[in-house]
Design a protein around this ligand. Structure first.
Ligand code: NAD
Ligand code: MG
Length: 383
C-alpha cells in the first residue's frame, strides 16, 4: 500500500488525484491532505475518503473543522503543510499547490526522505538549482505530474541520457492560439478561461493563454531532464494528443500519446514503473481523429516564451523574478485590474529592473519572490 500526502487536494489536480486513489483503493491510500480556502470542497472530499491528517491555510477554518470532526488531526498554515508532508507514515507527497507556496513543503518533504510527485512546476522553475541536488542527496524519486513532462519521462524509459538530441515540448497554444497580437489587446477573462482541451485551475489556464505556462514548462524540463535550453523546443500541437517527445541522436523520435486526461500522469507517478488500468479513461482512436497539426510558436505574438528562455538561460535569480511577477500579474488580470497583454509587459519590466544574483538561497528566493510581486503591484498602483 502506497501512502500518499496530497497538497492542494481541493484543486483541479488534487480532486483528480482523489479519483485515481479511489479507483485503486487496494494500492493507494491518502493519509494526509491539504486545502487552501475551499473548505466546502474539502468537506465533500472528506465524505468520500477517510483521512486522519488535514491541513488548511487559515486558523479559523482549522478551528471550525476541529469543532465538527473531533477525531481528525487538523493543521494550519505553512507549518501545517510541512508537518503533514513529513509525517512518518507518508511515502510520497503529491504537490498540487499552485505557485511559489509549493516550494518550502517540497524541500522539507525531500529532506524527510519522501518521494515527490510534482505538479507544482513553480517549485522547479524558481529553485531547480536547490531541488535537484537535494533529490540526489536524499536519494528520493522526483516524478513529474505535468502531462508533457510525464510524456518525456515515459519516452526516456530505458534510454541513455547521452543519446538524447532534443526534447520537443508540445503546447496546445491555449485559448488564444488563433488570435493576432492586435486581437489579444482586448480579450476578456471569460475568453481566457475557456481552454480548448483541458479543464484546469484558473492560474494555469491564464498561463496557458499567455504561454507563460509553456515557458515555465521549458524551465521545468531543463531541471527534470538535465537538458540545455538550446535542446528544448516548443511545438504547437492544437489537438493535445502527443503529450511531448524526445529526439535521439540516431534521429529516432519517441513520443507518448493519449487522449487528454490528467489522471494518467497522476496515476503513472504513483505506479511507475508499472502501469495500471485508468478507470474511466478514454482510449485513443487515431482513426477517429484523422489528422494532427503542428506548427512553430510565434515568439513575437507570445512574448512570454521568449522571456522564459531568457530567464532560464540567465538562471540564478531571474526565473524567480519571472515567476513571482507572473503570479502577481496573472492574479491582477483575474481580478480585472489589468489587461491581458499587461501580464507579459509587467513581467518583462520586473526582469529588467531586477538586480540579478547567482545561486540564490531559499531565504533569498523568498525575498526576490516578494520583491517581484511588490514591483508589479507598485507599477499598477495597487500597493
Ligand atoms: P488549482 O487552483 O485548481 O488548485 C490549487 C490547490 O492549491 C487548491 O487545493 C488550493 O486550495 C491550494 N492552494 C492554493 N494556494 C495555496 C497556498 N498559498 N497555500 C496552500 N494551499 C494553496 O490548481 P491546479 O490547476 O490543480 O494546479 C496545481 C499545480 O499543478 C500548479 O502548479 C499547476 O501549474 C500544476 N498543473 C496543473 C495541471 C492541471 O491540469 N490543472 C496540469 C499540469 C500542471
Ligand atoms: Mg503541462
Amino acid at each position: 500500500m502506497k501512502k500518499i500526502c496530497v497538497l492542494g487536494v481541493t484543486g483541479s489536480i488534487g480532486t483528480q488525484t482523489v479519483d485515481v486513489v479511489k479507483n485503486h483503493g487496494d494500492e493507494f491510500e491518502i493519509v494526509a491532505m491539504s486545502a487552501g480556502h475551499n473548505i466546502q470542497v474539502l468537506e465533500d472530499i472528506m465524505t468520500q475518503i477517510t483521512v486522519q491528517h488535514i491541513c488548511v491555510q487559515d486558523k479559523h477554518d482549522k478551528l471550525y473543522l476541529e469543532g465538527k470532526y473531533p477525531h481528525i488531526h487538523f493543521y494550519d498554515g505553512v507549518d501545517g503543510l510541512i508537518q503533514i508532508a513529513t509525517l512518518k507514515d507518508v511515502d510520497i507527497v503529491l504537490n498540487a499547490i499552485v505557485g511559489f507556496a509549493g516550494l518550502l513543503p517540497t524541500m522539507k518533504a525531500i529532506q524527510a526522505h519522501k518521494d515527490i510527485a510534482l505538479a507544482n512546476k513553480e517549485t522547479l522553475v524558481v529553485a531547480g538549482h536547490l531541488i535537484i541536488p537535494l533529490i540526489k542527496e536524499y536519494h528520493v524519486n522526483l516524478l513529474p505530474v505535468d502531462s508533457e513532462h510525464s510524456a518525456i519521462f515515459q519516452s526516456l524509459n530505458g534510454e541513455h541520457h547521452q543519446d538524447i538530441s532534443k526534447i520537443i515540448l508540445t503546447a496546445s497554444g491555449g485559448s488564444f492560439r488563433d488570435k493576432t497580437r492586435a486581437e489579444l489587446e482586448n480579450v476578456t477573462i471569460e475568453q481566457a478561461l475557456k481552454h480548448p482541451n483541458w479543464s484546469m485551475g484558473a492560474k494555469i489556464t491564464i498561463d496557458s493563454a499567455t504561454l507563460f505556462n509553456k515557458g515555465l514548462e521549458v524551465m521545468e524540463a531543463k531541471w527534470l531532464f538535465g537538458v540545455d535550453y538550446d535542446n528544448i523546443e516548443v511545438l504547437i500541437h492544437p489537438e493535445s494528443i502527443i503529450h511531448s517527445m524526445v529526439e535521439y541522436q540516431d534521429t529516432s523520435v519517441i513520443a507518448q500519446l493519449g487522449t487528454p486526461d490528467m489522471r494518467l500522469p497522476i496515476q503513472y507517478a504513483f505506479t511507475y514503473p508499472r502501469r495500471f488500468p485508468l478507470i474511466g479513461g478514454k482510449k485513443l482512436s487515431l482513426s477517429e481523429i484523422g489528422t494532427l497539426h503542428f506548427y512553430k510558436p510565434d515568439f513575437e505574438r507570445f512574448k512570454a516564451l521568449e522571456l522564459a528562455y531568457k530567464a532560464g538561460r540567465l538562471g540564478g535569480s531571474m526565473p524567480c523574478v519571472l515567476n513571482g511577477a507572473n503570479e502577481q500579474a496573472n492574479s491582477l488580470f483575474l481580478n480585472q485590474k489589468i489587461k491581458f497583454l499587461d501580464i507579459e509587459r509587467l513581467v518583462e519590466e520586473a526582469m529588467n529592473a531586477h538586480e540579478w544574483i547567482d545561486n540564490p538561497s531559499l531565504e533569498q528566493l523568498i525575498e526576490i519572490d516578494e520583491w517581484a510581486r511588490q514591483y508589479v503591484l507598485n507599477r499598477v498602483g495597487e500597493d
